[in-house]
Design a protein around this ligand. Structure first.
Ligand SMILES: Cc1ncc(C[n+]2csc(CCOP(=O)(O)OP(=O)(O)O)c2C)c(N)n1
Length: 183
C-alpha cells in the first residue's frame, strides 16, 4: 500500500500492530520515519490527532491508519471529522473485526457498516475493498482527491508473532515528524 501512495503525504497511525508494522516496513525499505506519527497507547484518538494536523497543514495530504476497534472506540470523532472544512483527509480503516494487537478479541467491526457511518457524518466519498486489486485502484483514486475520504480495507487476522517494536525513541520520532511537517 505504501508504494502506491503517489503524493506528498504524512501518516498518522493507530496504536498496536498497525504502527509496529509501519515502523518495520520503513526499516525494511530503508526509508525514514519522519512522515509517520505513531499514536502509541492512545487507542481511538488517531483520527482526532490527524484532524488537528489536517486543519493546520492544509497543503499536506493526511493519511489516517485506523483499526476497526479504534474507530469504534471513539466513534464520536467521526462526526467531528465529517464536518471539518478540509480537503486533505484520507481515513483508512484496517478492518479485521478484532482487537488483534491484544489477543484477537472480536469487535463488531465487520457487522456494522463503517462506510455508511462515515458518509452519514459528512465524509465526501467512501470505499470498501476486500482484495489487492480493489485496494490498488482505491489508493490511486483517493490520491489527490479534494475532500474527506474513508477507505475501509477488509482484512483477516494474521500479523506476525515476531513483529518488532519501534527501536527509535518516541520523542525523537515526534521531533523528526514535527520538523518534517513544518518544513
Ligand atoms: C485507551 C486504550 N485502551 C486499550 C488499549 C490496549 N490496546 C492496544 S491496541 C488494542 C486493540 C486495537 O484494536 P484495533 O483498533 O481493531 O486494531 P488491531 O489490534 O486489530 O490492529 C488495544 C485494546 C490502549 N492502548 N488504549
Amino acid at each position: 500500500m505504501l508504494n502506491n501512495i503517489n503524493e506528498d503525504y504524512i501518516i498518522v497511525s493507530t496504536t498496536g500492530k498497525t504502527s509496529r508494522e509501519l515502523f518495520e516496513l520503513r526499516e525494511k525499505h530503508g526509508e525514514s520515519h519522519e512522515r509517520d506519527f505513531l499514536v502509541v497507547g492512545s487507542m481511538g484518538h488517531v483520527s482526532s490527532i490527524a484532524l488537528g494536523i489536517a486543519l493546520n497543514k492544509k497543503d499536506r495530504s493526511i493519511y489516517v491508519f485506523d483499526g476497526d476497534g479504534s474507530f469504534i472506540m471513539h466513534m464520536g470523532s467521526v462526526a467531528v471529522n465529517g464536518q471539518a472544512k478540509i480537503e486533505n483527509f484520507r481515513h483508512i480503516v484496517f478492518n479485521n473485526g478484532s482487537h488483534e494487537s491484544v489477543g484477537g478479541q472480536p469487535t463488531v467491526g465487520q457487522v456494522i457498516n463503517i462506510t455508511d457511518i462515515a458518509r452519514a457524518c459528512g465524509y465526501d466519498v467512501t470505499y470498501s475493498v476486500g482484495n489487492e486489486e480493489e485496494l490498488e485502484k482505491a489508493i490511486k483514486d483517493i490520491a489527490g482527491y479534494k475532500g474527506k475520504v474513508l477507505l475501509e480495507i477488509k482484512i483477516k487476522n494474521g500479523s506476525r508473532v515476531d513483529l518488532g517494536r519501534p527501536t527509535i525513541s518516541l520523542k525523537k520520532m515526534k521531533d523528526d515528524f514535527m520538523e518534517r511537517i513544518n518544513r
